[in-house]
Each structure stands twice: as C-alpha cells, then as structure tokens.
Ligand binder design. Structure first.
Ligand SMILES: [Fe+2]
Length: 232
C-alpha cells in the first residue's frame, strides 16, 4: 500500500473492520503459490465491478464455478468507507474451497463461506477457507488494465501430502475462471463503448457496485457518502 499523501490515515485503521470479518481464517498464514501479471483489453473499473458482484457466476462461469453457489445464498451487505464485501457459499464439489478437516478454527457455515473483498479502489481479494486469490488493478490507459494476479492455499492444504495435486487443481481452475472473466469484461467494455449503450438498473445482488459507484462519485465529484454509525 503506497500513498503520496503524508497525511493519509494508516491502512490498518481504515481496514480494521476487515480484520474483524475474517480473523478466524487466519489469512496471514496462507501460503502464496503463484504471482503473475496480465494485461486485459478492458477498463480497470469494469473489472473491479465484475469482481464485486457474484450475480454473474451462473452465466459467465457456467463452465467452472458457476454451479457451486446459489444466488439465494449470496449475502451483499452495505459497504464501508474503505471497502465492500459480499459472501457466497460453495458446495462440496470443490473441496479446496472448504475448510480442510484439520482446520478447526473455522466453524459452522463459515467452513464453506467465500469472502469477496473489494478494497478501494483496486485490490480485490477472494478468500475461502481453503485458498485465496487476488487481483491488484492498475489502469493501463483507458482501454486496458494491468493486473497483478496471485493466490495460494491455506496451510492445511499447502502442507498436506496432496499439496501438489491441490495446487495444480486450484491453479488450473483459477486460470479457467480468469479466461471466463476476461471474456466477459472485455465484451462489457466493448459494449459500453457502443453508441447505443445505456445504463440499467442494479440488482440487489449488485449492492457492492452501488457502494463502489458512491465511493467513486465522492472521489471525483462532490458527492458525500453516508454510513450507518455501526459501519463507520
Ligand atoms: Fe467472474
């Protein structure tokens, strides 16, 4: 995290709520197993917005993870000043997305809960009980985005005797998911540039997009966001 503003508040205080949300995952012990860079022909904001909603999973990701989660089980809460998040539940067809049997720190429904964290403006983190991946976005002109893409596994998976199998399975899955997202977001970018493009309504499953739009309006305009006292 870098800022040229010497008066910027420290990151830890701005993101203290995140720590509270996911402390039982103990993400600090996850092991990064890959780290690479890409350039896609879409806009950084479209890719960020795509990450912030799982509404597109059943369609865009029909060939991979689309069927693992139910729209009815997605939870999209109001955003916070420095980030938004939503959660989905994955079923047992993807064991690495669930808490490993040796993982006793995560309990109940959270053992199959995926957190999708959008740290404003450009750090997107998917955290599951078994693995994580992230996108760090940097605009590359108007029509391209530079992506730092990395991820890895929770220690129970990374240190198991089947670690290499898990890693291979995870990386090939995430690569396939990325190909799907690339296709969707590059098409959206082309569509938005079409003369006939018009904005449409957001679904309640795109609540984080609403919060992100308000964040951007505040940063580039005179919009003032309002938050419930318990979310500030
Ligand atoms: Fe996606």
């Amino acid at each position: 995290m870098v800022s040229l503003n010497p008066d910027a508040p420290d990151v830890a205080s701005q993101l203290s709520q995140v720590q509270g949300l996911i402390s039982d995952f103990e993400m600090e012990n996850y092991i990064q197993t890959f780290h690479e860079t890409h350039i896609w022909d879409t806009n950084w904001k479209i890719l960020a917005e795509n990450f912030m909603e799982s509404y597109h999973l059943p369609v865009c990701h029909a060939g991979t993870i689309g069927g693992l989660s139910k729209l009815s089980e997605m939870v999209c809460v109001p955003g916070s000043p420095a980030f938004n998040y939503h959660t989905i539940l994955k079923d047992d067809r993807l064991p690495i997305a669930l808490a490993h049997r040796d993982n006793t720190r995560i309990t109940g429904e959270r053992r199959r809960m995926t957190f999708l964290l959008a740290i404003y403006p450009s750090l997107m983190i998917t955290l599951t009980p078994g693995y994580f991946w992230y996108l760090s976005l940097l605009p590359h002109g108007v029509g391209q985005v530079h992506i730092t893409f990395g991820g890895g596994m929770a220690p129970e998976f990374a240190k198991s005797s089947d670690a290499q199998t898990y890693f291979t399975q995870l990386k090939s899955l995430l690569d396939e998911v990325n190909v799907e997202d690339r296709g969707c977001t590059e098409k959206v970018f082309r569509g938005l540039n079409a003369q006939a493009a018009k904005p449409g309504h957001l679904s309640h499953l795109e609540r984080p997009n609403y919060d992100f739009a308000q964040y951007l309006a505040e940063r580039v305009g005179n919009f003032e966001r309002e938050f419930d006292a318990d979310r500030v």
